[in-house]
Design a protein around this ligand. Structure first.
Ligand code: HEM
Length: 404
């Protein structure tokens, strides 16, 4: 049976309302039950919320990743340079271009390279925690979870200690500039940062060509697969991708994780007493309150999904945040349970674009949660009302005030 169409004006469904941003889960539930393949006519966009439909679109080569970050809001010829550069990478490509780039980057960004980053991540985490010591109240995002991923990726990208704050500023402003809600002023700043970052990378890349080191950047410069190499432009956009793709996503994993644990004191108590459960707790945090709840695709050909006709050119929002709560797949889907064993969440995507940084995100998360739980045995939420950033791409609170 196809699901019943729900009128596009359904007042229960507003994906940009403050209620949805704060707590999207009742609306996901409503959509999964009543309109799992839901069409928002004015936006020419489909919203899909069931696990099986999300997997089906992830695996469908007719559902393309070649979308621009403005969702078609800007003529491609007039895309700001920041947006164009940030999206000139594998995430926004289909095979075979995507497969070629991914294979080259995958050869450099290996699980063993990530494992070797452990000591350096621990050092960054401890430095950030040392800075927080002695303060009675902090914003965990500003003090810890926002700077952490940039400081971690700095070293593999060849940015030395003394320039880490530069990288932090560039990443922050570039991220703001590619948000669909960016003001012209922020976009201009984004362009400047992108130029500075590209110049910086160009110099570092040249240095690594002449003086190879044991870092990721050198590996990317040298990588070769069946005679194929990354072009200079590809090298640049890959570095930008590694900086951006792992930034707010990891920030959100840590912030959403601490928030969820503090809202579930029994689970937090269990975790404190059983730190070996941290990897399972991270998977449950990724499922329960996904940092990346939505992945966009564009239909290149007509696709029929649950008897609904998706037409060529229409956008499909694959709502993994909802799929992760689908009771068809997850028992007691709305319950946060760090002891959950069967947890095939879709937070890192599925299929050809499955997150290349997942091992790094998991390692960073594991080190960060362990250190936070040990260092601050009494941390508590200072405020019960949490405001979220107004974007569907990455779900992060604007701030997370804690008493330590
Ligand atoms: C909790 C943290 C993270 C989450 C939730 C996450 C999520 C995702 C998702 C959902 C995709 C697939 C997008 C799609 O199918 O359209 C993706 C792709 C990707 N991610 Fe992550 N990510 C995280 C951290 C990282 C980190 C730390 C890095 C690297 C530094 C990274 C690098 C990448 C890359 C390179 C891709 C592109 C893969 C491809 O297109 O083949 N991610 N990520």
């Amino acid at each position: 049976m196809p699901s019943q169409p729900v009128p596009t004006s359904d007042p229960a469904v507003n994906l940009l309302s403050p209620e949805f941003l704060t707590d999207p889960y009742p609306i996901y539930d409503y959509l999964r039950r009543n309109a799992p393949v839901y069409f928002i006519e004015p936006a020419n966009t489909w919203v899909i919320t069931r696990y099986r439909d999300c997997v089906s679109i992830f695996k469908d080569p007719r559902a393309s990743s070649t979308i621009d970050l403005t969702f078609g809001g800007v003529d491609p010829a007039e895309l700001p340079q920041t947006v164009a550069s940030v999206q000139a990478n594998m995430v926004f490509m289909d095979d075979p271009d995507h497969a070629r780039l991914r294979a080259l980057v995958h050869k450099s960004f290996t699980p063993s390279l990530v494992e070797n980053m452990r000591g350096q991540i621990e050092q960054v985490v401890n430095e950030l925690l040392d800075d927080m010591d002695g303060q009675s109240e902090i914003d965990l995002i500003k003090a810890f979870s926002y700077p952490l991923p940039v400081l971690v990726i700095a070293d593999p990208l060849g940015v030395p200690f003394e320039d880490r704050n530069l990288l932090r500023q560039w990443s922050q402003i570039i991220l703001q500039a590619v948000d669909p809600l960016a003001t012209p002023d922020v976009m201009v700043k984004g362009e400047q940062c992108l130029i500075e970052f590209s110049d910086y990378l160009t110099r570092t890349i040249e240095d690594r060509r002449r003086h190879p080191r044991e870092d990721l950047l050198t590996k990317l410069v040298q990588v070769e697969e069946q005679g194929d190499r990354l072009s200079y432009q590809e090298l640049l956009s890959t570095c930008i991708l590694l900086l951006i793709a792992g930034h707010e996503t990891t920030t959100s994993l840590i912030a959403n994780g601490i928030l969820t644990l503090l809202r579930h004191p029994h689970q937090l108590l269990t975790l404190r007493a059983n730190l070996h459960l941290i990897p399972a707790a991270i998977e449950e945090i990724l499922r329960y309150d996904s940092p990346v709840p939505m992945n966009p695709r564009k239909a290149l050909e007509p696709i029929t999904l649950d008897s609904h006709p998706i037409q060529d050119g229409q956008i499909i929002l694959v709502m993994t945040g909802s799929a992760n709560r689908d009771p068809e797949i997850f028992e007691r889907a709305d319950i946060f349970d760090i002891n959950r064993t069967n947890n095939p969440h879709l937070t890192f995507g599925k299929g050809i674009h499955y997150c290349l940084g997942a091992p790094l995100a998991r390692l960073e998360g594991a080190i960060a949660f362990r250190a936070l739980l040990k260092r601050f045995p009494n941390m508590q939420l200072s405020s019960t009302s949490i405001e979220y950033n107004p974007t569907l791409r990455v779900r992060t609170p604007k701030e997370l005030l804690l008493t330590l």
